[in-house]
Write a protein that binds this ligand. Structure first.
Ligand code: NAP
Length: 284
């Protein structure tokens, strides 16, 4: 079997067109969706991410502001900046780029963002609402994965999903979203005994581990759907995922590539959440 490639770049482009149309409609009502991104310090990868977020905002007709703070910024000053943005009516989404310098508590910072502007979907209130199946901002990468499957018309209800990885930003929430859509979910992590026993039973595997080419053909059932979240560099310095694409794509039914798989969906869902937040202001 040769897997069908799920083209995340193409699906993301379609979604962005839909978002840009909605942004235009909202602007006609006098509301321009606005995203504030805070970058503390000068992490090279973080800078690339925030630049892409800013550019995508502008491309879709949204307002975007980048707040750059020096590495030595105190937690108090960062929280004060977030408080100011919480009260700014031009800002509908606030994103603090992670990781933060070690002297700043990530959880304190996340909890200081108004849940109404938490477009990353990391605030405990939004996580709790997601867990109880209420309307909320969904974390962007897990949300993007669900949209990819929906766009590819892959049904989830009743499927056995094995999520490898249990981080707060990817593994845990994506498993919850699958559960919300009536899948049977197994979580695997670094203490899991006999990983292959679990993954080889999966109808859908989500790999969110952060180890290059970790999931091999032997881990995968014939015809399974394989979603690769990983962003790694191999020994040659080339971008690659957590899945050994060449061998797994010969066995899987569907597979996401790296790049052009899950990655483009993450930023697209951030735009979606910012638009949603701006639309929410019409309700109050
Ligand atoms: P993370 O916080 O480092 O979590 C990695 C998870 O993998 C942990 O739960 C860990 O288990 C588990 N793990 C590590 N070694 C394992 C092993 N040998 N067997 C089974 N599980 C193992 O990483 P993350 O933030 O979730 O990110 C995962 C990957 O996705 C990274 O490559 C990251 O760059 C990428 N990513 C991509 C996007 C995107 O937009 N495409 C977004 C976010 C992240 P323990 O919990 O037991 O330690």
């Amino acid at each position: 079997m040769t897997a069908t490639i799920i083209n995340g770049k193409e699906i993301a482009s379609q979604k962005k067109v839909e978002i840009a149309i909605e942004v235009q409609k909202l602007k006609e009502l006098g509301i321009t969706p606005g995203l504030a991104v805070i970058l503390v310090g000068d992490n090279h990868a973080s800078r690339t991410y925030v630049t892409n977020k800013e550019k995508t905002c502008r491309d879709l007709g949204m307002y975007s502001v980048l707040i750059e703070l020096p590495e030595e910024t105190s937690q108090e000053d960062l929280l004060a900046k977030i408080e100011e943005l919480n009260g700014d009516p031009a800002i509908h989404g606030i994103l603090v780029q992670l990781p933060l310098p070690k002297h700043i508590s990530e959880s304190k910072v996340i909890e200081s963002i108004s849940p109404l502007k938490d477009v990353d979907g990391f605030h405990p209130i939004n996580i709790g609402r997601m867990m109880t199946g209420q309307d909320s901002f969904l974390p962007c990468t897990p949300f993007g994965i669900m949209v990819l499957l929906e766009a590819t018309e892959i049904s989830v209800a009743g499927k056995h999903v094995v999520v490898v990885g249990r981080s707060n930003i990817v593994g845990k929430p994506v498993g919850q979203l699958f559960l919300n859509q009536h899948a049977t979910v197994t979580y695997c992590h670094s203490r899991t005994k006999d990983l292959q026993f679990h993954t080889s039973q999966a109808d859908i595997i989500v790999a969110a581990v952060g180890i290059a080419n970790f999931i091999k053909a032997d881990h995968v059932k014939e015809g399974a759907v394989v979603i690769d979240v990983g962003i790694n560099r191999n020994e040659a310095g080339k971008l690659c995922g957590d899945v050994a694409f060449d061998e797994v794509s010969k066995k899987a039914g569907y597979i996401t590539p790296v790049p052009k798989g899950v990655g483009p969906m993450t930023i697209t869902m951030l735009m979606y959440n910012t638009l949603k937040s701006a639309k929410n202001t019409l309700r109050f």
